[in-house]
Design a protein around this ligand. Structure first.
Ligand code: ZN
Ligand code: ZN
Length: 586
């Protein structure tokens, strides 16, 4: 079971012992659970006589600093499981006794314990030499939460303390800055502040409702992605949310999603499932006619809701929801057309992400078969060979520098995955291009070749922005709410200097609305300064201030979000400038 650990993991886990030791000082009757290393730090679970409060954390940090200063060595001893059981029983450490019993059941005759000062822990190690090796200025306790013993809801709930630890004070400082920045950009907070989406107890959890503003962003994204795809021959289709389960039994999704499928029945004996993916519906549009080799490629796209009964871990957020709007597309083509299809899909992805300023902030993975077990995959090995080679060629020709990942292919074909970094540095996979040799065969799809024979087409699945919900999370956090002009729900606010200029403001608004510009007026009974700063807080791209001079000249005084300088334009000039920027997606 022992795995090699690197130094930073050893430091992280060792700091969890120091935390446990500090907790023991504060609560001599504390019972200890487990305390592993995690990303950036560690946690430790405790059963304590009272509930911890945030004010406990600085006190514990002080105690930890004292323990570090005393430079206790981490002393390892190997003892028999019987002796360990007795020792920990004597200490009243019932959770550790349970762990020792588990180890004994697995056949362990001996266990190791680590002693640091007065604290003894059951632990396989390894550890740093002594507590003094921890930099007292490079660790922090970050939060308290509840956690069930052994992660099982039926067990007692313990209290978990999380901490972070680094080698240097500078790294800790950077971590804290990044956390503050991430909190400011948290899509749940910004989504509420900017009025983009909401939830209702009556509708149910995991079912986000998009407000008029949020819907504008989704519609603009939809228009943008569809307009690029149309240039590459994709045609829009539309399928219902329901289907008979047989559809998904044939495709294999019924088995794949199992209890994540939503079943819909009626008193009239209907028995449907809500679609968890769109591909099977699309195969049936293909199957509605006889297709000739000259008809291919046939390309369909659809942005529609898909439903999966996933566990929702997050409250009030869009990251994990039951209903997601997926932008999905499929190309049915001949083997000799696959390369062009994939190249075009990669071009679409590059185009779309470049427009958003996200291209470059990514890496590409080429997922291929596990060559030791080619029998695990569906499809002709010859087709696999051809297509894997082809994807590699595409990666080279298009400078994608795709990293080859053996064994990561889907069961039905190899794929290219594009991973992007979000505002907190986390990697998320969004666009993907997947070759599929199996689905067309399962549904007995075919086309008639030159010789009049029936041949199965290859299906290429592509997602450009994946789900709108997850994509919105990425965008909200990426722009920290300051959307570019073309995506901004409100593109500009007109602020009349005083009531006297309200009518002029309304005239300007009317002109802008006629040109499909999303504009609001802020003529609340508040000072000009207050109205300007309020509008700035909403991160609206343009503020147009109008007063005596502007009314006389037929102009607007324009402030651009994030810029100090103000510019005066005639209304017509300004409309032209805005239309150009929207078209160029600046
Ligand atoms: Zn340990
Ligand atoms: Zn698909």
């Amino acid at each position: 079971m022992k795995t090699a650990k690197n130094n930073i993991e050893i430091l992280r886990h060792s700091t969890s012992h120091v935390l446990a030791s500090a907790v023991l000082e504060m609560f001599p009757e504390a019972k200890f659970g487990v305390g592993p290393a995690i990303e950036n730090g560690f946690y430790y679970d405790f059963d304590l006589p009272r509930t911890l409060i945030p004010e406990d954390l600085p006190l514990l940090e002080e105690k930890m600093k004292e323990i570090i200063k005393k430079d206790f060595p981490f002393e390892r001893a190997e003892i028999s499981t019987e002796k360990a059981r007795k020792d920990f029983e004597k200490l009243g450490q019932t959770y550790k006794v349970e762990l020792i019993d588990d180890l004994a059941k697995e056949g362990n005759k001996k266990v190791s314990v680590y002693k640091t000062g007065p604290f003894v822990d059951l632990c396989s190690g390894p550890h740093i030499e002594s507590t003094g090796k921890i930099n007292p200025k490079a660790f922090a306790l970050t939060k308290i939460s509840g956690a069930y013993w052994k992660g099982d809801e039926k067990n007692k709930q313990m209290q978990r303390i999380y901490g972070v630890v680094f080698e240097t004070e500078k790294e800790l400082r950077q971590y804290k800055i990044q956390q503050e920045e991430a909190a400011k950009r948290d899509h749940r907070k910004l989504g509420k502040d900017l009025d983009l989406f909401c939830f209702s107890d009556l509708v149910g959890p995991g079912l986000p409702l998009f407000t008029p503003k949020g819907t504008i962003i989704i519609d603009e994204l939809k228009k943008a992605v569809e307009s690029i795809c149309r240039k590459y021959g994709f045609e829009k289709v539309s399928a219902p949310s329901l289907a008979k389960i047989e559809l998904f039994e044939i495709s294999g999704h019924a088995k794949k999603f199992g209890d994540e499928l939503f079943h819909v029945t009626s008193e009239k004996k209907h028995d449907f499932v809500l679609k968890p993916v769109q591909c099977p519906h699309h195969t049936q549009i293909y199957a509605s006619k006889t297709r000739s080799y000259r008809d291919l490629p046939i390309r369909y796209m659809e942005s529609d809701k898909q439903y999966r009964a996933e566990k929702t871990g997050e409250v009030g957020g869009l990251s994990r929801v039951y209903a997601i709007t997926v932008e999905d597309g499929h190309s049915f083509c001949r083997v000799d057309q696959v390369k062009d299809e994939v190249v075009n899909m990669v071009k679409i992805i590059k185009n779309f992400y470049s427009a958003l300023g996200l291209w470059g902030n990514h890496r590409v993975c080429l997922s291929v078969r596990d060559y030791d077990h080619p029998e695990k995959y569906i499809g002709d090995q010859k087709d696999w060979d051809t297509c894997e080679k082809m994807l590699q060629e595409i990666s080279n020709e298009m400078n994608l520098s795709a990293e080859k990942q053996e064994g990561e292919a889907a069961l039905y074909g190899p794929k290219l995955d594009f991973m992007f970094k979000d505002a907190t540095g986390r990697e998320i996979q969004i666009p993907t291009v997947q070759l599929d040799f199996a689905t067309a065969k399962k549904f007995k799809l075919h086309y008639i070749n030159e010789k009049g024979e029936k041949i199965s087409p290859v299906m290429v699945h592509r997602a450009i922005l994946g789900s709108y919900e997850r994509f919105l999370v990425l965008l909200i956090e990426h722009y920290a709410g300051a959307f570019p002009l073309w995506l901004s729900p409100v593109q500009m606010t007109i602020i009349p200097v005083s009531e006297k200029f309200s009518d002029y403001a309304k005239d300007v608004k009317k002109k802008l609305l006629e040109r499909n510009i999303r504009v609001e007026i802020n003529d609340k009974a508040e000072s000009l300064g207050k109205r300007i700063s309020e509008t700035e807080k909403q991160k609206i791209p343009y503020i147009l201030v109008v007063g005596e001079k502007e009314m006389k000249d037929g102009t607007v005084n324009v402030r651009t979000h994030g810029e100090k300088q103000q510019n005066v334009f005639s209304v017509d000039e300004f409309v032209e400038k805005v239309e150009k920027e929207v078209n160029e997606k600046k």
